[in-house]
Design a protein around this ligand. Structure first.
Ligand code: HEM
Length: 405
């Protein structure tokens, strides 16, 4: 099996830049299409210790769908749904036709498809296991600047579907919604997109719609990801799972564009072109927060987004695994704004009370970016650990350890 990471790093045949250069000069078109065909059929292993789609390299398309459990569905119903969904997701992610599907042509290009499932707080009540609900599974506390719309609020279940092929993404999402229809109805649907860097074989940090590289400082090594994202205490059924916080954040592109480039860079603390900290030259240079300019002022503004979002001193646990997508919808006819754009801000962690919330508390109090962004949606989900039917110690469907105790 060819993994995307293998494709990106071991691509001996074609490194991204040279592939494009070769294309531009008319050479290597045939081998480029071979590579793209390979990407189309590439799969991310569905089963494993952790669910795929959390630490998996970003695909270019996202559908994040939240559900309400239908009245009358009890724990047995949820177990039936989870068996069904896990089987279907496993097939789709392997490029195979799920049982009962009449559309085998629609699944042959998984293009790194991942389908990841999460449980909202109310699911514990519906399943009659409210006493098992972890302390951290509750809505994120309200912040001063929030303008949350219930439309993007808490839900019973969530599916995060990601792929590098937009037709596959759409088909897989629809298949999952349809196969769960006896048990759940769709509560909200958030679509997102990113640069097709992965598709082009480029290992570049994608840009958000403010034009910034977004995702530079993020846990990358297995050790850092383990530290930030995988639950390692509490009941056995939660271990190796994670917690997803979703914030829908509107970005006002009209007022942002009034700013000159320098002010845009100061607001985050990084340059727009390379994404380097204002004290460095390379994107991944370590920022120097103590550096001052010739007037004695800090080069990286202490109220810049990066200064405010980094872990507080003495709190190394304040790290989240960000998996952030852009959205861009039709402008609101009642608003003067030219765009209706922003971020589907998804992040994973062990415990939002110790990770997302203290970071957001600081940002809410002071962050230069606040002038152009507004949080309009919020939801929290427990992401059960991975599945593996071939391993007797592992769950064979999502949440089996929790639901079958
Ligand atoms: C529309 C809203 C937002 C935008 C446009 C934005 C943009 C950015 C950009 C451009 C960077 C610097 C590059 C990077 O390291 O990725 C960054 C860093 C970061 N952001 Fe955001 N962000 C937003 C919201 C948030 C929120 C809500 C949180 C969490 C509560 C957050 C947490 C972080 C963290 C932890 C970093 C890395 C900080 C470090 O250098 O240690 N961001 N963000």
């Amino acid at each position: 099996m060819v993994t995307r990471r293998g494709f990106l790093t071991g691509a001996g045949v074609l490194a991204g830049g040279s592939a494009l250069a070769a294309c531009a000069s008319g050479e290597g078109v045939a081998s480029t299409s071979v590579e793209l065909n390979r990407l189309a059929t590439q799969t991310v292993p569905f089963d494993g210790t952790h669910q795929a789609g959390i630490s998996t390299p970003l695909q270019s398309g996202l559908n994040l769908v939240a559900f309400t459990v239908r009245p009358g569905v009890d724990r047995d119903g949820i177990i039936r749904l989870m068996r069904l969904w896990t089987e279907d997701a496993r097939a789709l992610c392997a490029g195979q036709t799920p049982l009962g599907s009449l559309e085998p042509e629609m699944v042959v290009n998984p293009a790194n498809l991942t389908i990841t499932c999460g449980f909202g707080s109310r699911l514990f009540d519906i399943a009659g296991i409210a006493d098992q609900r972890p302390d951290w599974l509750h809505p994120i506390p309200a912040f001063e600047r929030d303008q949350l719309d219930e439309r993007w609020g808490e839900a019973d279940l969530v599916l995060q579907v990601c792929s590098d092929d937009m037709v596959t993404l759409s088909h897989a999402t629809r298949h999952m919604i349809r196969s769960g229809v006896d048990y759940v109805s769709t509560r909200w649907f958030q679509s997102g997109f990113l640069n097709t860097n992965g598709v082009l074989g480029k290992e570049e940090t994608p840009r958000n719609l403010f034009g910034q590289k977004d995702g530079t400082v993020n846990p990358r090594t297995d050790e850092d990801i383990t530290q930030a994202a995988w639950i390692d205490e509490g009941p056995e059924w939660a271990r190796d799972g994670s917690v997803m916080v979703v914030r829908r954040i509107a970005m006002n592109l009209d007022t942002w564009e009034i700013l000159d480039r320098t002010s845009r860079e100061v607001s985050v603390g990084r340059t727009l072109d390379t994404g380097a900290p204002l004290t460095g030259t390379d994107e991944f240079d370590e920022p120097d927060y103590s550096a001052t300019d010739r007037f004695g002022l800090p080069v990286i503004d202490p109220v810049s987004h990066m200064a405010r979002s980094r872990p507080a001193e003495g709190h190394p646990e304040q790290v989240i695994l960000r998996r952030v997508y852009n959205y861009d919808l039709e402008p609101d006819p009642t608003s003067e704004e030219l765009s209706n754009a922003g971020l589907v801000f998804i992040c994973f962690q062990k415990n939002p009370d110790l990770q997302f919330t203290p970071i957001q508390q600081r940002l809410d109090e002071a962050d230069r970016l606040n002038q152009w962004i507004t949080h309009i949606g919020s939801a929290v989900f427990f992401m059960p650990p991975g599945t593996d039917p071939s391993d007797p110690t592992s769950d064979d469907f999502w949440g089996a350890g929790l639901l079958q105790q």
